[in-house]
Design a protein around this ligand. Structure first.
Ligand SMILES: Nc1ncnc2c1ncn2[C@@H]1O[C@H](COP(=O)(O)OP(=O)(O)OP(=O)(O)O)[C@@H](O)[C@H]1O
Length: 364
């Protein structure tokens, strides 16, 4: 069931169209991530939903109530929406307790107890409640901002890059903790981020944004494995994109005949593989001289070791399909992934592919 519905949203600043034609349905208690490059309109979209900006066209309906559209605009403080910004935006002169309790009434029953409960829920020690924001770490400040937003019992939570100031380890643990917390509270959440891994791991639904519009919306796994075009594929992670011929559900390409996720026959197509689908096993020049059917070998021409993930460039030695030979010959296949024993320059490897190749619509 759709809890939040955005229809045809548009926002223009002077001659900049920040957001245009946005359609989105958010289910009750679900997590949506909006991901896209800097300046694509993510923050503007959140500000429209929060009520800090008014759309030039389109509508926002939350739980059956129109917040913006044809009729009156519901002001931000009446929307029941919590917002956590990138920097937390805490009040520097208030104690942590008063920051958390900012939206509560002074005489609210058991106010102090609720503040302490909220601090506990977001994993903050009771001992810091008397401190001021500048006496807290970045991660603690973000937790305070989240507790403050939760104190108002929002129906929807908007998170604008709330983890971006944190270092990698803390970022991942905060993300997990926040996701669990909001899920337990049954609060639907929209997270804005420019970090694709964060979007894919956080959300049930990911919307990829480009130039003010959504280019694809779907479940993380679908978007990652079946992106609509090359740009989305590359934005969501490393990809190997090859020309291919599709016939009987098989993609015939330079590195073999691989099962395809499309059965429509096509003479000229583009396919995508994710690096974790491509395996390299040690082989020798003698194997290359007598290749078994549908087996492709390569030679490592560059190798870069970088800890758990290494990058290798390989030249395909017995490309199966002549149309690809020139492309592959001129452009080595680049593979960045983790190897137990990464091959070194000069090594001969047998290339194999697991899973299906994704076939792009069109030839882009
Ligand atoms: N108040 C404003 N006045 C004029 N232009 C604005 C305003 N706010 C945003 N813009 C423009 O609208 C476009 C979208 O900006 P927005 O901040 O929504 O992007 P973003 O995807 O959140 O970027 P970032 O990831 O860098 O925060 C940009 O071109 C920006 O310069």
């Amino acid at each position: 069931m759709s809890f939040l519905h955005l229809h045809g949203l548009r926002k223009v600043y002077g001659n900049v169209t920040a957001v245009d034609g946005i359609e989105l349905a958010v289910a009750v208690g679900s997590r949506t991530a909006i991901v896209g490059p800097s300046g694509c309109g993510k923050t503007t979209l959140l500000r429209l939903i929060a009520g800090f900006e008014t759309p030039d066209a389109g509508s926002i309906v939350l739980d059956g109530t129109e917040l913006a559209g044809n009729g009156d605009v519901v002001p931000a403080h009446r929307r029941g929406i919590g917002v956590v910004a990138q920097d937390g935006a805490l009040f520097p002169d208030l104690s942590i307790a008063d920051n958390i309790g900012f939206g509560m009434k002074r005489d609210e029953d058991a106010r102090d107890e609720r503040i302490a409960d909220l601090a506990y829920v977001v994993g903050l020690d009771r001992g810091i409640l008397k401190r001021r924001p500048h006496q807290l770490s970045g991660g603690q400040q973000q937790r305070v901002a989240l507790a403050r937003a939760m104190a108002r019992k929002p129906r929807l939570m908007l998170l604008d890059e709330p983890f971006s100031a944190l270092d990698t380890g803390l970022r991942a643990s905060m993300r997990k903790a926040v996701a669990e917390l909001l899920e337990q509270a049954g609060i639907a959440t929209i997270l804005v981020t420019h970090d694709q891994a964060e979007a894919l791991s956080f959300a049930d639904q990911v919307a990829v944004m480009r130039d003010g519009a959504f280019s694809q919306v779907g479940a993380p796994r679908d978007l990652y494995l079946r992106p609509k075009d090359r740009m989305i594929a590359e934005f969501l992670g490393d990809s190997i994109i090859l020309p291919a011929r599709i016939s009987s559900g098989i993609a015939e390409c330079a590195i073999g005949h691989i099962g395809a996720d499309s059965t429509s026959p096509r003479d000229v197509a583009r396919i995508m593989l994710r690096p974790e689908q491509v395996f390299l096993e040690p082989a020798s020049r003698a194997d290359v001289a007598n290749p078994p059917p549908n087996v492709v070998f390569g030679e490592i021409i560059e190798a870069e070791f970088a800890g758990s993930v290494s990058t290798v460039a390989l030249r395909v030695l017995n490309s199966l399909d002549p149309p690809d030979a020139a492309v592959i010959g001129n452009h080595p296949l680049i593979l960045r992934r983790s190897f137990v024993d990464a091959p070194t320059v000069g090594a001969i490897v047998r290339i194999s592919v697991h899973g299906k190749a994704h076939v792009f619509d069109g030839t882009a």
